[in-house]
Ligand binder design. Structure first.
Ligand SMILES: [Cu+2]
Length: 201
């Protein structure tokens, strides 16, 4: 019976040895301006996703946030913060679902158990659009309004992937070397102009 806590302690020590390092990325468009909502991630056989619980709100007839990234096995709630009803759906292969006309918070979250891109829409408000990237790794980050994203990665060579819903074309993985003192990496992501999301009715 004594072996169990000892094993646990040993694993903790091991985890301490292979310390993750911070790796920062700055995503810019072709015009050099910061690109928000880019997802940066690294997949590896050693990287086991651990599901989280997240939320995507509906506020003023828009999804917030526009882009979410979650590991495989995550659950997402879709609270409706408006005082009208929404009807949230996805036809994407990675997750097909429908939350029929509702107000408030649906009682059950939606589970995302397959890696891939999930595009969300609302049956009532055609312009409502959002994306969930489901990744098969715990190593990911999303760029903020300054185009900055910071990942916690194991030191050494890795393949960095970048995804954004408005990319003109998919980007090849970028070979990086993670060290304790790597300078931020600047990546250019050419985006298509985004369609107007004007709420006209
Ligand atoms: Cu709606």
């Amino acid at each position: 019976m004594l072996i169990r806590p000892l094993l646990g302690f040993g694993l903790l020590l091991l985890a301490g040895v292979s310390t993750a390092a911070e790796f920062s990325v700055r995503v810019v468009g072709r015009d050099g301006k910061p690109v928000a909502d880019a997802v940066l991630y690294v997949e590896s056989a050693a990287a086991k996703p651990v599901g989280v619980t997240a939320e995507i709100d509906q506020i003023n007839k828009e999804f917030v946030p526009y882009v979410s990234v979650v590991p495989v096995g995550s659950k997402i709630r879709f609270p409706n913060r408006d005082n009208i009803r929404h009807h949230v759906y996805s036809f994407s292969d990675a997750k097909k679902f429908e939350l029929k006309l509702y107000s408030g918070v649906p009682s059950e979250p939606v589970t995302f158990d397959k890696a891939g891109v999930v595009a969300l829409g609302c049956n009532i408000h055609d312009w409502m659009l959002a994306y969930v990237l489901v990744v098969d790794t715990p190593w990911f980050a999303r760029s903020n309004e300054q185009g900055l994203a910071t990942l916690q990665l194991p030191p050494g060579p890795q393949q960095l992937q970048l995804w954004h819903p408005d990319l003109e074309q998919p980007l090849a993985a970028i070979a990086i070397t993670v060290t304790d003192h790597a300078a931020p990496l600047t990546v250019t992501a050419a985006l298509r102009p985004r369609a107007s999301t004007e709420a006209s009715y």
